[in-house]
Design a protein around this ligand. Structure first.
Ligand SMILES: [Zn+2]
Length: 530
């Protein structure tokens, strides 16, 4: 009965998707659905027969009910699926982010899908058997359910194999087995990789020799959050979401694809020299871009207005805005992005003087457009697009409201980046200043009932993978590096990825090292040799 409940009600999200598939129709579609349902029921029954021992069964089944309930809620509400990336995100989420997701729909869904069957279960008396009898009973149950599973699979095999191949996302929707499989994958990862050692990268790094007229570089790297490329006015969006940046001499590249579809996968990958493919299959952990810049003798500062730097900035000075309690920028333990510009000069002055003399690189990790509570990311005077969605249950709002509140976050990011440029300009007399803004991944805003991000890369829609990449260079910076923004503008639609980030930043800052690859540096052929 427990397996039947899980396979039916607990898999509501799966059945809804199956129902919408064009190839599932008529009697044959019904037969496929029944067969698929039997396969899941029997898989669960055979798994549960392992746990059918006296007082063990009820707690185990209760865990199954509640994991199915939470999986079903998130899959239904946001169109997400549960894979190992999603489990990594769950582990790395802080309580603040988790509370953002909490709402009454979630409680109702937990009550119906978790509490109700658990209540029935705990009210049902279980007969206790002798060990031998129990073993025999469990073995029979396992054999029988595997038998029915195989028979059902054979009966619908043709449809089953083609549908599962054409709609790979279905396998991530099978509740709660998807969660357990994903947890197993995450748990197994550390064994495939040596996590105890951190291999050095670019220890030979050094700054290219400066001419007498050169000024030390002051580079700002802004790491964006959940900003989607197409929603920037600069990128041709029909709404002017970037009024302030469009007044600056910026170059915005539109052809950039992210490494992952979540912060936890994209950020470490962006800052790695390996590139997406090698990064995902790496056997060792390596130092990051931040370490390479540090090896080159530069002063580094990582300012975080997010859930941390995911391991890429551990060996350089960091400032966490969470610890600040600024009266106008922060409320409820969360700050607007402009907080990162607050007392910035003092923070830089505190870095080692001999490093500062060579140059400074500041990284700002934004809160940006982090959902689902977009409305919380934006001060009131930047909520230009109305009506906005004031709920974290995005499906309660109209699509227009969801898009409005998301666009307000871009409008505020535009203001934040412009403020950052004004701050850089103040140092133009003493430094060669430049900024590079790149987001970690995009976002779904209700297209095909998908919200947020984090779908497995292969099945994620482009809006979750296309990210903005915006550069601003001062005149002094262009003169002394020989880089030309006019040349970079010609690459507006060039196909690029996060794999280009590591090498483009090294090229931009002027660091030479054996790990640098000019062919991945988007700036390499925009430099006139001096
Ligand atoms: Zn992110």
């Amino acid at each position: 009965m427990g397996s039947l409940w899980l396979a039916s009600a607990g898999n509501y999200a799966l059945w809804q998707q199956v129902h919408q598939l064009p190839e599932v129709n008529g009697l044959r579609g019904l037969a496929f659905t029944l067969g698929f349902g039997l396969i899941i029921t029997c898989a669960l029954t055979s798994l549960l027969s392992l746990f059918n021992w006296g007082k063990l069964l009820k707690p185990v089944l209760t865990v199954f009910f509640f994991s199915a309930a939470s999986g079903a809620y998130f899959m239904m509400s946001y169109g997400i699926v549960i894979d190992s990336t999603m489990i990594t995100n769950v582990i790395q989420t802080d309580t603040k982010e988790a509370l953002d997701l909490f709402n009454w729909r979630m409680l109702v869904s937990f009550a119906i899908l978790g509490l109700l069957p658990a209540w029935v279960l705990w009210k049902t008396p279980l007969k206790s058997l002798r060990v031998g009898q129990q073993l025999l009973g469990n073995a029979l149950m396992a054999v029988l359910s595997i038998g029915i599973l195989l028979a059902s699979l054979l009966a619908v095999f043709q449809d089953f194999s083609s549908i599962m191949r054409n709609h790979t996302q279905l396998r991530y929707l099978i509740n709660p087995l998807n969660s357990y499989y994903a947890i197993g994958m995450v748990a197994a990862k550390p064994f495939q990789r040596d996590n105890k050692t951190l291999l050095p990268v670019g220890q030979d790094a050094k700054l290219v020799t400066a001419k007498a007229t050169d000024k030390p570089p002051l580079i700002l790297l802004v790491l964006g959050e959940t900003a989607r490329m197409g929603n920037f006015g600069l990128n041709g969006y029909d709404r002017n979401t970037t009024p302030e940046l469009s007044k600056e001499n910026t170059v915005s590249l539109r052809g950039v694809m992210s490494c992952g579809t979540s912060t936890a996968t994209s950020v470490p990958c962006m800052f790695s020299h390996l590139g997406k493919e090698d990064f995902e299959s790496r056997k060792n952990n390596y130092e990051s871009l931040i370490d390479v810049l540090h090896h080159a003798g530069l002063a580094l500062l990582w300012i975080d207005n997010q859930s941390g730097c995911k391991g890429v900035c551990e060996r350089v000075p960091q400032a966490l805005t969470k610890e600040l309690k600024h009266p106008s920028f922060c409320k409820g333990g969360e700050c607007f992005d402009e907080i990162m510009l607050h007392q910035l000069d003092e923070r830089i002055q505190a870095l080692p003087a001999e490093r500062r003399a060579k140059g400074v690189v500041v990284v700002m990790h934004q809160m940006g457009s982090h959902g689902p509570a977009y409305y919380k990311r934006v001060p009131d005077n930047f909520k230009k697009f109305q009506p906005e969605c004031k709920s974290n249950a995005l499906q309660e709002c109209s699509r227009e409201q969801v898009v409005n509140s998301f666009d307000n976050t871009i409008l505020y990011t535009d203001h934040f980046l412009s403020q950052a440029i004004q701050w850089l300009k103040k140092s133009n007399a003493t430094h060669a200043t430049a900024m590079l803004y790149v987001s970690d991944h995009g976002e779904s805003l209700g297209e095909n009932n998908l919200y947020l991000h984090g779908l497995p890369y292969r099945v994620a829609p482009d809006v979750q993978k296309r990210v903005p990449w915006i550069s601003w260079w001062s005149q002094q910076f262009e003169t002394q590096t020989g880089l030309s923004s006019a040349c970079l503008k010609k690459k507006t639609n060039a196909p690029l990825t996060h794999d280009n980030y590591f090498h483009s930043v090294l090229g931009m800052v002027g660091v030479s090292t054996e790990v640098y690859q000019a062919k991945l540096d988007v700036h390499a052929d925009c430099r006139t040799p001096s």
